[in-house]
Ligand binder design. Structure first.
Ligand code: VGL
Ligand code: ZN
Length: 227
């Protein structure tokens, strides 16, 4: 009996294992922010800026969509949304490093079809509608973070999160070392609890080690790194 009590006391003092389910709280204050899951970042023919293994984020994000929707949290999807000649394009000759991508309204700018199916199911089953937030629309200004984006009505991501009383954001998508990283860091700056979803994110690694560095930056900023 005494041994049992000691064992129970010991067990209760051991922190929960850092598994997905152990570290992530799903409630009405939790939002999933899906970053730039767009055709141009997918490894398909015709994509202009394919992220290695980028398509793998779709089934992974879909799991989080279900969990968040079932618990009546909020869903957000960002879109990189550039005008032709955007400053981030190499072709514009203004210091940009990227091939032309995610041109406003193009096929490449659309969300991945598989993700769309999942989001539609969340709407039909749980009544949770995904808010679309677009960024990078300013010709002369680069914008990697979802927090620089606005919805169709011009409301910023921060305004939308506050409106829904969100305290915790789960962030995943493309690309880990650019838009996902920037969104995670801005989430921390704006006072949110932030969980980076490693399983649901992929990076470009323009320079070797960029993804590893990005994850370290997120950790230092106080984000929880969920495997
Ligand atoms: C991104 C490069 C250029 C991203 C966007 O979504 O991470 N990367 N534009
Ligand atoms: Zn871009």
């Amino acid at each position: 009996m005494r041994l049992l009590v000691i064992a129970a006391l010991l067990a209760s003092s051991i922190p929960a294992l850092a598994t997905n389910d152990g570290t992530i709280v799903y409630d009405s204050e939790t939002a999933l922010v899906m970053v730039d899951v767009q055709n141009d970042f997918m490894p398909y023919p015709g994509s202009t800026l394919p992220v290695p293994d980028g398509a793998q984020v779709v089934p992974e994000l879909s799991k989080f969509v279900s969990k968040v929707a079932e618990n009546h949290g909020a869903l957000f999807a960002t879109q990189d949304w550039h005008p032709a000649g955007h400053i981030s394009f190499k072709s514009a000759g203004r210091g940009g490093i990227w091939p032309d991508h995610c041109i406003q309204g193009s096929h490449g700018s659309q969300l991945d079809d598989g993700l769309k199916v999942t989001l539609q199911a969340a709407l039909e089953k749980e009544g949770v509608e995904t808010q679309i937030v677009r960024k990078g629309y300013d010709l002369d200004h680069d914008a990697y973070s979802g927090f620089e984006g606005v919805n169709y009505q011009g409301l910023t991501l921060t305004q939308l999160l506050k409106q829904k009383h969100i305290s915790r954001i789960l962030v995943g998508g493309l690309a880990t070392d650019y838009c996902v990283r920037a969104t995670v860091l801005d989430g921390r700056k704006n006072g949110f609890e932030v969980v980076f979803l490693q399983s649901a994110s992929r990076g470009v690694n323009v320079h070797a080690g960029d993804v590893t560095k990005a994850i370290e930056d997120m950790r230092k900023a106080g984000a929880i790194i969920a495997p």
